[in-house]
Design a protein around this ligand. Structure first.
Ligand code: HEC
Length: 335
């Protein structure tokens, strides 16, 4: 099994808590329960919580903040995979909302940049929201997000069907297929197909969630890293890691994998240069142990077979735009 303390702890917490809004015995929860407190979208538009965001829709809420060094970018990357599987239902009957837990700092501009880092275009059914801190405090409690500090519950999603007043909470740390299915099940007309090609594969992106591997580094890579990185298939939300064990010193890699945020803060030139190339997505702190890091480096090193051994660090540092796959990955929501 894997050993990343923060993620494991949060995933376990999410599973155990399985928080759900109280069953709707009484009258339907509508604006009277949720309120119509205002929120501001990444485009600066003011919207009313119930009437504009929830009423008549299947909704997915999560909480993020842009200065977050660990789970927020990780969960967002995983939710991109879910959104891909949901396809064009996102923006039609299913709407995703990421609300800032740090509204003072998270201006619409910052949210726009954060979303853009994951190729999430405004107006396509996934909206990032900020607002007045006092309002957001009320809203997150209404949505069952009761964490008293920024580190709580950020791996959870609240999923609901407003018309049916049916609400569930799920984690994006577990099976993404299951999370996707939980969202689809909010639609009473949706029936799980015997074999759902959409759930198994989307376009040419392999459904890495379903691959089982007994090799530790590979299993970790698939579970945690593949949300943002490919090995040889181009830039996703972070650099293509093909050849990374050639272009980077192994001690540096070990330190970077364990504490990318600290290297960046301390002005490590490589960390700073990488961050400048990917300004909107941060390589997250994942609580990896040294053993985790070594297993990952071993796995990454083994993927070199078939790679052009002349790959130089200059080539590897080409800007993202020069990779064919970058534009494909980043326009996943442009339909
Ligand atoms: C949320 C997205 C995300 C996740 C998850 C993630 N990374 Fe990253 N990673 C990045 C970004 C973005 C960068 C570029 C630096 C930056 O902007 O902070 C990066 C940089 C790197 C680098 C440096 C690459 C180079 O060219 O030197 C390595 C190595 C790396 N990541 C490995 C991993 C591994 C291994 C995992 C899984 C344990 C992982 N990353 C998980 C986004 C992510």
């Amino acid at each position: 099994m894997m050993h990343f303390t923060p993620i494991r702890t949060l995933a376990a917490a999410a599973g155990l808590l399985a928080l759900t809004l109280p069953a709707s015995a009484g009258p339907k929860r509508d604006a009277g329960y949720f309120t119509n407190l205002p929120l501001v979208t990444q485009d600066g538009q003011t919207v009313a919580l119930y009437d504009d965001l929830i009423a008549g829709k299947i909704v997915v809420f999560n909480f993020i903040y842009t200065d977050c060094n660990d789970l927020c970018s990780f969960t967002t990357a995983r939710m991109v995979q879910i959104a891909d599987w949901l396809g064009d239902r996102v923006g039609r009957d299913i709407f995703i909302y990421s609300i800032s837990l740090d509204p003072v700092n998270d201006t619409p501009e910052k949210l726009r940049a954060f979303a853009a880092g994951f190729g999430i275009e405004p107006g396509l059914g996934w909206t990032f929201l900020t607002g007045d801190p006092a309002d957001i405090d009320v809203i997150r409690r209404k949505l069952g997000e009761r964490g008293d500090n920024l580190y709580d519950h950020r791996s959870d999603m609240l999923i609901g069907n407003a018309d049916r007043d049916f609400w569930r909470r799920t984690s994006v740390m577990g099976s993404l297929k299951l999370a996707t299915q939980t969202i689809l099940e909010m639609d009473p007309d949706w029936r799980a197909p015997a074999v759902s090609p959409a759930l198994i594969e989307t376009g040419d992106r392999p459904a890495t969630d379903f691959i089982i591997s007994d090799r530790r580094g590979e299993a970790m890579f698939i579970k945690i890293c593949s949300a943002c990185h490919t090995i040889g298939a181009g830039v996703k939300f972070g650099p293509d890691l093909a050849g990374v064990t050639l272009r980077r010193d192994h001690d540096w890699l070990t330190r970077y994998l364990q504490a990318p945020d600290i290297l960046l803060r301390d002005g490590d030139p490589t960390a700073v240069a990488l961050n400048a190339r990917f300004p909107n997505v941060k390589m997250p702190f994942m609580g990896l142990t040294q053993t985790d890091a070594k297993d990952l480096i071993f796995y990454l090193g083994k993927q070199l077979d078939g790679l052009d051994s002349t790959l130089t660090s200059a080539e590897a540092d080409q800007p993202a735009a020069s990779h064919d796959h970058a534009s494909h990955e980043h326009t996943a929501h442009d339909h």
